[in-house]
Design a protein around this ligand. Structure first.
Ligand code: ZN
Length: 470
């Protein structure tokens, strides 16, 4: 027992000493410059042109004496990989971010989206938050590992990947299918998590670490009936039949189910929330919580309601073309987000069961993100996030999180890489324009993100840490 404690203490001190070796101020400055440089490169979808970012990153790596390789899935659609080697005692850690951004409605922006202006403590531009800050931060951590000659037990791999915003077909999917050996890792840090800053105190109150994601599964519902005159009611009116099916799905959600991520999330929320909300979180952890409990959870946060079940949301309804004609066909689109572990065939059976009408055809649509298991909470990477955050932000709660949306972590987890989501913090309640207009990132939140990333990476990949953990 005593020896065990000694090792813990030794590893803590060694880590603190190692983390001090980095010049955080320089890390801040370099990371800011890199982010601004990346924002200036227009890599917006659908054209992407991520080759611009890949070439820039290659030149920065080259200056630092790190070899890199560019992979072009299609003309201009490029990803880049670089590696700093460890001694091979443990399997690699992958740091990735996507270099593409969503498009801009320029007329609705109050500043130039591809300039990267920095003022009032903010970095302005498309990609400032999603996801060039993560690309730039990951790159700077890699460069600093090399510059400082940190002894590593694992290789640390950097991946700047194309095409995330369109589902990853020309990016992560292509890399996993064609070049998995070049990016294979035990652990990965990707987008999909963030810290929350309390607007009153300016302190971090919580950190979400992404450990799970729902899997997008879409379907079309098609009803074919008889066309006819709008003056004569018929029993097989395609609109009426389809509306009934959509209504049943809307009123009857699929059953709720918790997993390691959501159970731990609600447990930690129960421990740290005001009494009224804490009661709801405790109740949702009980076996078979009633609809009333689930509705109270939805009142607290609609995303919490989404992550306790496979969600079925009607998003498009197409039918009819003239007010006095009964159309022969009606169609609806469902945006379905499946919980991890849900078998697609079982899912379609459940949906057909709820619709309970053979006239409604359920047609599954092509999906870009594969089904996958969540990343475990017991890994050295998740523990490193907890330890670093506890040290830098005492009192802030670490919340394992299931995203309702999808990221490149889906493809990585499906390929056997335990991918975790982490990113720059936001002030609670503030809209930073991600996927919308006037995207920005707070400089202080960005700097703290890079510092935490550095501490976590050196903790997980540095030789002292990995050896001490054995
Ligand atoms: Zn993103």
């Amino acid at each position: 027992m005593r020896i065990f404690f000694f090792f813990l203490a030794a590893s803590w001190l060694a880590n603190a000493a190692m983390a001090r070796e980095v010049d955080y101020d320089r890390l801040d400055r370099d990371a800011l410059r890199t982010l601004v440089d990346l924002i200036k490169l227009d890599t917006s979808q659908p054209a992407g042109n991520e080759i611009l970012a890949a070439r820039y990153l290659a030149s920065r790596l080259d200056e630092a004496g790190i070899e890199s390789k560019i992979y072009e899935a299609a003309p201009g659609r490029a990803s880049i990989v670089a590696r700093v080697r460890g001694n091979g005692a443990a399997k690699p850690l992958l740091l990735l971010g996507h270099t593409d951004v969503v498009t801009v409605e320029r007329a609705n922006w109050s500043f130039e989206p591809f300039e990267g202006a920095v003022s009032d403590g903010k970095i302005f531009g498309r990609g400032a938050s999603d996801d060039k800050s993560i690309v730039a931060g990951s790159l700077e951590v890699l460069l600093a590992l090399k510059r400082l000659g940190i002894p590593l037990a694992r290789d640390v791999i950097f991946l700047g990947v194309a095409d995330e915003e369109a589902g990853g077909t020309l990016g992560i999917t292509w890399m996993v299918n064609n070049h998995l050996d070049d990016i294979r890792a035990e652990l990965a840090i990707n987008e999909g998590g963030r810290g929350y800053i309390d607007p009153e105190t300016g302190r971090y109150s919580s950190f979400q670490i992404g450990t799970a994601e729902k899997t997008p599964r879409r379907a079309r519902l098609v009803v074919k009936g008889h066309a006819g005159h709008g003056s004569v009611p018929t029993r097989d009116n395609a609109i009426g039949v389809l509306a009934g099916a959509v209504d049943r799905l809307y009123r009857q959600p699929l059953p709720m189910a918790l997993n390691e991520t959501t159970r731990t999330l609600f447990k930690r929320l129960a421990e740290t929330s005001p009494p009224e909300q804490a009661a709801v979180f405790r109740a949702i952890l009980e076996p078979n919580p009633g609809d009333d409990v689930q509705e109270r959870l939805r009142d607290i946060n609609p995303s919490y309601y989404s992550i306790i079940r496979t969600s079925v949301v009607p998003t498009i309804f197409n039918a009819g073309y003239q007010r006095n004609v009964i159309p022969s066909e009606a169609e609806a689109t469902l945006d379905i987000r499946a919980l991890p572990g849900v078998d697609p065939e079982d899912l379609w059976e459940q949906i057909r069961g709820i619709i309970n009408d053979p006239r409604v055809e359920v047609i599954p649509m092509k999906v870009t993100r594969p089904a996958h298991d969540p990343a475990p909470l017991s890994s050295p990477l998740f523990r490193a996030f907890e330890e670093v955050i506890a040290r830098r932000h005492p009192g802030a709660v670490v919340l394992p999180t299931m995203l309702t949306g999808a990221t490149d972590s889906a493809q990585l987890r499906a390929a056997g890489v335990a991918a975790y989501g982490f990113g720059p913090g936001v002030v609670q309640g503030e809209d930073n324009g991600v996927h919308g207009n006037d995207e920005y990132l707070r400089v202080d939140a960005y700097e703290e993100y890079v510092r935490i990333l550095w501490d976590v990476v050196t903790r997980v990949a540095g030789t002292d840490q990995v050896n001490a953990a054995r």
